[in-house]
Write a protein that binds this ligand. Structure first.
Ligand SMILES: [Zn+2]
Length: 326
């Protein structure tokens, strides 16, 4: 089966690295972390290391301190061999954040540096997520296995039928069991948590609640995806500067990539379920900028179009889930 995602190359990425990533993607099909014959780190060494080295040669030496290994003469792949793919992404993210906070100026060199590192981080992350190519196993199942990656419409879980198909190909359920499962009326659209009806035939409250807020879920998801694909500046396209700034800052501390579709969907779900409204997002940004609760209240309007009281701000902020704080 063909790989579903492509490595995202950022606008403004250095041409030599862009070319290397494209070449990498053309060749990476058989490679994976666990393959002995096709270890993915070897492909990184062959294709990515030389490109990164050439690119770094074009920059003043101070930039090397913000790329793992570059200052020490070790290649990109050598560091990955030492720390692993996931730690590499974390390390790189931290170095990049430091660069943005302390060094970055509005020059095209700096913008290019950020776009290049973001693209490389995406590549490393995609490598970490890449599963070995599986031999097509005979499962004795005639159902359409193409559907097995389909998401629940309301979150990042697989829809019930898709989840069941994954079990089938993993465990080779026999035909009798398959018939039983088909009778359960598995949902093509929703996961178990969000299926419309419960096993006893009653309406499922989680479904109804999530369904009522479906457009908000779609809105938050779109904002997260926009910001995720363009991390170096506010890009959520919400139409409000403070809300955009919230997504910008939130995404800076997460290592999510556009390919992390399930995680992004789950994040949007949690945002809606925990009632993180746009007003709360604005409060968090203003708080982060150093305003106190009274000052925050004066800048925001309540539902009656009046400035909010300090108490209302305090109450709203106290209700924000920890993982959504800035
Ligand atoms: Zn769901």
């Amino acid at each position: 089966m063909k790989n579903k995602f492509n490595i995202v190359i950022w606008e403004g990425c250095a041409p030599i690295v862009t070319e290397a990533i494209q070449q990498f993607e053309q060749r990476w099909q058989p490679y994976s972390v666990s393959s002995r014959r096709y270890p993915i780190v070897r492909l990184i060494e062959e294709v990515i290391d030389p490109a990164v080295a050439s690119y770094m040669d074009t920059l003043p030496s101070s930039y090397a301190g913000h790329v793992p290994g570059a200052g020490t003469g070790l290649g990109f792949s050598a560091i990955i061999r030492i720390v692993g793919l996931e730690a590499m992404v974390r390390m790189q993210r931290q170095l990049l954040r430091q660069f943005i906070k302390t060094v970055k100026q509005e020059t095209s060199t700096d913008e290019r540096f950020i776009a290049t590192l973001e693209s490389l981080m995406g590549l490393v992350w995609d490598c970490a997520c890449k599963r070995p190519k599986r031999s097509s196993s005979t499962t004795g199942v005639n159902l359409n296995t193409q559907r097995k990656h389909d998401f629940c419409e309301l979150c990042g879980n697989q829809a019930e039928f898709a989840a069941f198909m994954t079990t089938v190909s993993d465990q080779r359920i026999n035909d009798v069991e398959l018939e039983d499962h088909k009778k359960l009326g598995l949902s093509n659209q929703y996961c178990t948590e969000h299926r419309p009806k419960l096993a006893n035939g009653d309406w499922n409250p989680s479904y109804r609640q999530a369904k009522r807020a479906q457009s908000q879920f779609n809105t938050e998801l779109a904002r997260l995806i926009h910001q995720c694909a363009n991390r170096s500046k506010p890009h959520a396209m919400s139409g409000d500067k403070l809300v955009d700034s919230y997504f910008f800052q939130l995404m800076l501390r997460l290592t999510l990539q556009p390919a992390d579709k399930a995680e992004l969907r789950n994040l949007a779900r949690r945002m809606v379920d925990s009632k993180l409204s746009d007003t709360k997002k604005k409060m968090l940004v203003l708080k982060q900028s150093g305003f106190n609760q009274t000052e925050i209240g004066l800048q925001l309007l309540n539902s009656r179009q009046q400035p909010m009281t300090r108490q209302a701000v305090s109450k709203a902020l106290a209700a924000v889930r920890k993982d959504f704080l800035l």
